[in-house]
Write a protein that binds this ligand. Structure first.
Ligand code: 5AD
Ligand code: SF4
Length: 431
């Protein structure tokens, strides 16, 4: 979501101010930092980056420094007070006001701060997205009203709101016209989407998927991040009906212990989570499941962690984003007793990650020798002669091709398996 927000900042500055990007900070007139406060470490990085930029500001006081995103939203005035080199503080919902805020900062002497939540205004004011390449991202809802006890998102991004159906479809249609073949629908609680159609009727996430799958040119649909409570039977059934939906679902579980899930206020049990996966696999037996885990939530016992490991074994996750719990000031969990040592938490995390890594490697090995359809995103990171794309289950594949295949679907045979990517042999262009 932050990368998407950054690209929208660029869109608005290009469109309204005629700005362009330099990758050399000493060349810049404006330095922008988009920030994340989901864990303490991400938040710390903000101040170290601002420290690195201070000499640039001292050398040229006309340079404007802006800080956006969730740290800006959470800290507001105190960020500008702590980092005097900052001229503009803006939140995730005010990126469309950037040209105005930068203008004000250039003419005034005080830092300009706007971290309000004007909700729909942002989408109404942002220019149409400038897009390059076959893979596009579209925000369909924003904010979160789930208030999991460990999480800052509802406070930094505000409560949930869904964009109207027609706006979303219009934007995806434009992107498809510019060459997008795959779209990722974005939202903090994306399957909680409840947008209005032109008659004022509520459209839920599964219906949205049907509409998106009808858009010409869009062959693959992904979405992130979904919540188990909103994973309705209707949504599960779309996997039988919509071939454009990829064979991969990212469904954060956080923990396999019902006691911890309840303390997190997640609203489901481990059994309910497993039942969603079982139903999904009825439609798509080989669907890849990835997930988010928090290890060491306050009071997590050895038994709680073993429950998580049991769930991991049972579900067979393909990939995980797993982190040690990070105390976030202002959240309900921040005041809970936390007697477990960091060392124990680190050991638990390592065990979890190793188990999932091994399972993921086994699945990659099973792909060896199979044919896979890959959407080619561009040249590979290592070589300009090589191409790189993703399989339906989201694995990166590098390969050589006899002609330029960027932006196309190709059929490859998987010939090599590495820890972060696969190697493929080109067969033919597909679709
Ligand atoms: N500590 C650790 N991980 C967190 N996440 C959210 N808040 C915290 C926190 N306080 C993780 C969750 C969520 C992902 C986006 O970030 O696993 O799914
Ligand atoms: Fe945070 Fe996700 Fe919970 Fe919302 S659903 S509060 S974004 S972890």
């Amino acid at each position: 979501m932050n990368e998407y927000d950054s690209s929208r900042m660029l869109d608005v500055l290009r469109h309204d101010c005629g700005f362009d990007v330099t990758h050399d900070p000493s060349n810049a007139d404006v330095l922008l930092l988009n920030t994340c406060s989901i864990r303490e470490k991400a938040q710390e990085k903000v101040f170290s980056q601002l420290g690195q930029w201070r000499p640039l500001k001292e050398k040229n006081p006309d340079v404007l420094i802006g800080v956006g995103g969730c740290v800006a939203s959470q800290e507001g005035e105190s960020l500008a007070a702590r980092a005097k080199q900052v001229d503009v503080v803006f939140g995730p919902q005010t990126i469309h006001r950037l040209p105005d805020l930068l203008d004000q900062a250039a003419t005034g002497r005080k830092a300009v701060i706007d971290i309000s939540f004007p909700e729909m205004e942002k989408f109404d004011c942002l220019p149409e997205p400038g897009h390059q390449g076959p893979v596009a991202y579209v925000s369909v809802m924003e904010g979160c009203s789930k208030y999991c006890t460990y999480c800052v998102v509802p406070y930094t991004r505000g409560e949930e709101f869904s964009r109207p159906l027609d706006d979303v479809l219009h934007e995806i249609g434009l992107l498809a016209g510019q060459g997008a073949r795959e779209v990722t629908l974005l939202g903090q609680n994306v399957n909680g989407y409840r947008g209005l159609d032109r008659h004022g009727n509520i459209v839920d996430f599964s219906l949205l998927l049907y509409y998106v799958s009808d858009i010409e040119g869009i062959e693959r649909i992904r979405y992130t991040s979904s919540h188990p409570v909103e994973f309705s039977d209707n949504l599960i059934d779309t996997y039988a009906e919509i071939p454009e939906l990829v064979n991969h679902v990212h469904l954060p579980v956080q923990s396999g212990s019902d006691r911890i899930l309840s303390a997190m206020k997640r609203g489901y049990t481990a059994l309910e989570y497993k039942s969603i996966i079982r139903k999904l696999r009825r439609h798509r037996p080989d669907v890849s499941i990835s997930s988010d885990f928090i290890v060491g939530f306050p009071g997590e016992t050895d038994q709680d962690f073993e429950d998580t490991m049991e769930l991991v074994e049972e579900v067979g996750f393909d990939q995980s984003y797993s982190f040690i719990y990070s105390r976030r000031p202002g959240t309900p969990a921040a005041s809970l007793e936390d007697p477990v040592s960091l060392d124990v938490k680190k050991q638990r995390l390592q065990r979890l990650q190793e188990t999932i890594r091994n399972a993921s490697m086994d699945r990659s090995q099973a792909m060896l020798g199979t044919d896979q359809v890959v959407l080619v995103e561009g040249h590979s990171k290592k070589s300009a002669q090589e191409y790189s794309g993703r399989t339906e289950n989201n694995r990166v594949v590098n390969f050589d091709a006899p002609h330029d295949v960027r932006g196309r679907f190709v059929r490859l045979e998987i010939t090599g398996v590495y820890s972060n990517s696969l190697r493929g042999a080109f067969h033919e262009t597909a679709m």
